[in-house]
Write a protein of this length. Structure first.
Length: 325
């Protein structure tokens, strides 16, 4: 079920601030490639080291947006701890969300843009907006997955005016690698949304949101974050904020690339002390004759989202969904 914090991407078991979380520089033999049809590939991990999840290829017709909820069971007979995740996608992807769901679901592919069942019944494990991510967790850090875990991969592809899918096909490949050691302390993912976005025709508009970690009496360690908006977005800025003095403690993240915003890893982790919070501001320019409202469609709507990974985890590692209307 959803968990909330007042005003408030790998539901990961991460250690405290002494650990480091990094994007790796893998050897060439582990990097993505393409097959004869131009679809992405990744070398398969050895059977004793990890598993590979493949979805696609599937058609993304010209002039259309396609969003699919791919429900499946993890093909593992034993539980294991995850220490590294690679994600590779065909060009044209807008986002890929991987969930560990809380209730059983029949294996299926559902084409829709609502996906209420996922957000109500799942923990978001990782969110990716880049065509390739390789994130290795610190020593002693992992996320626990059960055997035959119920999962859902949500993929969104665009093949229209704002973004294109060059070979008219979508595909996602994920390598989940086993950790080298046991888990230490669970972490949580914060998924924050400002759904009040409304951008009038031929205007510049900004929206800000504060993310408070209510009831926190100890420092938090933030390991990574990424922002998310659509093509009207011009900049996405995250600041560390002093809630006592209502003052900025400095910028910690900036994105000006709406289609592939940076996935920023903090090494060492960013510390958030009691009395501090996160503020993010998204700036938009609408040069069309239409009013742009919040919604999932890249071509006609906008988003104002922040994904953030931190410890100590909330309720043992549950995802925090923070939605402001």
């Amino acid at each position: 079920m959803r968990q909330y914090l007042a005003f408030s991407t790998i539901c990961l078991a991460l250690c405290l601030t002494s650990c480091k979380s990094t994007l790796t520089n893998p050897p060439a033999e582990t990097l993505p490639g393409t097959d004869s049809h131009g679809n992405v590939t990744l070398p398969v991990p050895p059977a004793d080291s990890g598993i590979q999840i493949v979805f696609g290829p599937f058609a993304v017709p010209q002039g259309q947006e396609v969003q699919i909820d791919h429900w499946f069971k993890l093909k593992t007979t034993l539980p294991f701890e995850v220490g590294r995740i690679q994600i590779a996608t065909n060009l044209g992807t807008h986002h890929m969300n991987l969930f560990r769901t809380l209730t059983p679901h029949a294996d299926s592919n559902e084409y829709n843009f609502s996906s209420t069942a996922i957000w109500n019944e799942s923990d978001l494990m990782i969110e990716s907006q880049q065509h390739y991510i390789d994130w290795s967790l610190p020593t002693g850090v992992s996320v626990h997955l059960n055997s035959a875990e119920q999962m859902c991969m949500q993929v969104h592809y665009v093949n229209a005016s704002t973004q294109t899918t060059p070979n008219d096909s979508g595909k996602v490949v994920i390598n989940i690698w086993k950790a080298n050691g046991p888990a230490t302390q669970p972490a949580s993912m914060l998924f924050a949304q400002d759904t009040a976005v409304l951008i009038k025709p031929h205007s510049d508009t900004s929206f800000s949101k504060f993310c408070r970690f209510a009831g926190t009496t100890k420092p938090l360690a933030i390991y990574a974050m990424t922002g998310h908006f659509h093509s009207r977005g011009k900049s996405f800025v995250v600041e560390k904020w002093d809630s006592v003095n209502n003052a900025s403690l400095g910028e910690v993240y900036r994105s000006v690339a709406w289609s592939e915003p940076p996935f920023k890893v903090f090494d060492p982790p960013l510390t958030l002390n009691p009395g501090e919070m996160i503020k993010y501001t998204a700036n938009y320019h609408n040069d069309s004759d239409s009013t742009i409202k919040f919604g999932p469609h890249v071509e006609t709507q906008e988003h104002c989202n922040l994904f953030l990974w931190f410890t100590p985890g909330y309720l043992g590692g549950k995802t925090i969904y923070d939605k402001t209307n």
